[in-house]
Design a protein around this ligand. Structure first.
Ligand SMILES: [Cu+2]
Length: 171
């Protein structure tokens, strides 16, 4: 577990016209901002306290799927931490990439852009930074299947879940 869990990669500068951070302190007498101390790189207890205080990441769940059902997943990558293309990898299946975009996914506008003719077939997809992707697969392989970010440092953050596909008939 990293003691600096906030960012695990060098961030791309997407728009050089935007200043990303300005810290202003009232009554400040010095010219450089006072930044909070980050834990030392080997300060695991502090990193663990930080991690366990992230309420959004406390659930790593199992989703039961009916055999042969069509499964559509919207992957939203507008996270506050780990701002990078998360390479989401699905075990047990290939999936189709129906659409990708930036900002928040909006079904009302995105559905019309789905590629239902010749979508990419993959088992891993880098979900765009600050964006989203929609994937679809058929749950025709019974068993327990891990779906997770392939950046291993993101697994203890909770970026993983599993599907349990029920038994079904044989071809
Ligand atoms: Cu990731």
């Amino acid at each position: 577990m990293a003691a600096h869990p906030y960012v695990s990669a060098v961030l791309p500068i997407l728009n050089t016209n935007i200043t990303t951070t300005i810290l202003a302190y009232p009554n400040m007498t010095q010219t450089t901002p006072i930044l909070p101390d980050l834990p030392a790189f080997n300060d695991t207890p502090t990193a663990h306290r930080f991690l366990t205080n992230l309420t959004a990441l406390k659930l790593t769940s199992l989703k039961r799927l009916r055999f042969n059902s069509t499964v559509q997943i919207v992957l939203q990558n507008t996270a506050l931490i780990g701002i990078e293309n998360h390479p989401m990898h699905l075990h047990g299946f290939n999936f189709y990439v129906l659409a990708q975009g930036f900002g928040n996914y909006d079904a009302a506008t995105a559905t019309s852009s789905f590629n239902l003719v010749n979508p990419q077939e993959r088992n891993t997809l880098g979900v765009p930074v600050g964006g989203w992707a929609v994937i679809r697969f058929r749950a025709n392989n019974p068993g327990g299947w891990f779906f997770h970010c392939h950046l291993e440092v993101h697994l203890p953050w909770g970026l993983g879940m599993a599907f349990s596909v029920e038994n079904g008939g044989t071809p």
